[in-house]
Write a protein that binds this ligand. Structure first.
Ligand SMILES: [Zn+2]
Length: 320
């Protein structure tokens, strides 16, 4: 066992379900997972997806990896938790978990006696994540977000660990990378707290808008497969992929008022500081605000729904 996960005999794979027993709120749910155990020793690698329940390319890629990674060609153990936000999946929840309407990827390290999401984060971190050597968290743009593929990781200050993390991030094959610390980090993210607990952890983004686009799924499958080769978790030499360009900062633009957002830029578009990136109007079309780029760089993601609350997220620029 690793925490609540049953681990198969050497050379075997299991697809199963687990729960967090002893907690009535958490134990209402069963989470699907795969565990692949090789005959030879090697790292314990955790692949997670669906912490945002409508980011389907990550979930689908995790399922494919779980069904196809061959224990005979692996070393060590590979754990795949393909749908962390289990409560939100059939609800098609955007950003949050319907049990408490919090974003599960802002709650780590969680709390043993906290809200549903805090207790989930605490148990996931202490019982599973920290038992692993490596962690890869798969995302996409959410149900109302488009994005250009990128990876996110942070420095920990431990040169050996940071070297392992960069090796993983570079092996994914993304064009862009956000190195989130010291600027631009959203507090409480799974990958960041995992890294601060000594796990070589990173996040990868591919796809969006609630669509299951094959190319976006395949990018995640290939990226993860290449990382697994690079860290010696599966046999084979990694493909030589160009390392991503690391942006200088990750600037999130928010709406100064509620209204209709008329977007003027697309993902992967270059902008200069001060460029108009969209307009906000009220519900009879009166102009409320012109949204301008705060830095020069590349648009890494945009919201695609025009209905925006005050302080709602509009888009993000990776500074170049
Ligand atoms: Zn996400």
């Amino acid at each position: 066992m690793i925490g609540p996960l049953t681990i198969p005999a050497a050379g075997e794979r299991i697809a199963g379900r687990f729960t967090f027993s002893g907690d009535e709120g958490l134990a209402k749910y069963e989470w699907p997972y795969f565990a692949i155990r090789a005959r030879s020793d090697g790292p314990t690698v955790l692949i997670t997806a669906g912490i945002h329940a409508a980011e389907y390319t990550g979930i689908e890629a995790a399922i494919r990896l779980g069904r196809t990674l061959d224990p005979k060609q692996a070393r060590g153990t590979i754990l795949i938790l393909l749908l962390l936000n289990r409560p939100g999946f059939y609800e098609r929840s955007i950003y949050v978990n319907p049990e408490d309407n919090d974003n599960l990827n802002r709650l780590f390290p969680g709390r043993a006696d906290g809200t549903w999401g805090e207790r989930f984060a605490h148990r996931l971190l202490t019982e599973i994540i920290t038992k692993c050597d490596h962690a890869i968290d798969l995302h996409a743009g959410d149900l109302i977000e488009d994005l250009v593929p990128f990876v996110i990781y942070r420095d920990t200050g431990d040169a050996t660990l940071d070297g392992r993390i960069v090796r993983m991030a570079n092996a994914y094959g993304a064009r862009w990378a956000v190195k989130s610390a010291p600027t631009g980090e959203r507090p409480g993210s799974l990958y960041a707290v995992a890294a601060l607990n000594g796990v070589a952890a990173m996040l990868a983004e591919s796809g969006g808008n609630g669509l299951l686009v094959e190319e976006d799924v395949v990018r995640h499958v290939r990226g993860v497969t290449n990382i697994l080769k690079a860290i010696g978790s599966i046999d084979g030499d990694p493909d030589p992929v160009a390392p991503p360009t690391v942006v200088r900062s990750f600037e999130w633009l928010r709406a100064p008022a509620e209204g209709m957002f008329h977007r003027a830029v697309a993902v992967d578009q270059r902008v200069r500081a001060g460029d108009r990136v969209g307009d906000l109007t009220d519900l009879v079309g009166e102009p409320l605000a012109t949204i301008t780029a705060t830095v020069s760089g590349v648009v890494l993601f945009t919201v695609t729904s025009p209905a925006i609350k005050k302080d709602g997220l509009l888009l993000a620029i990776g500074a170049l």
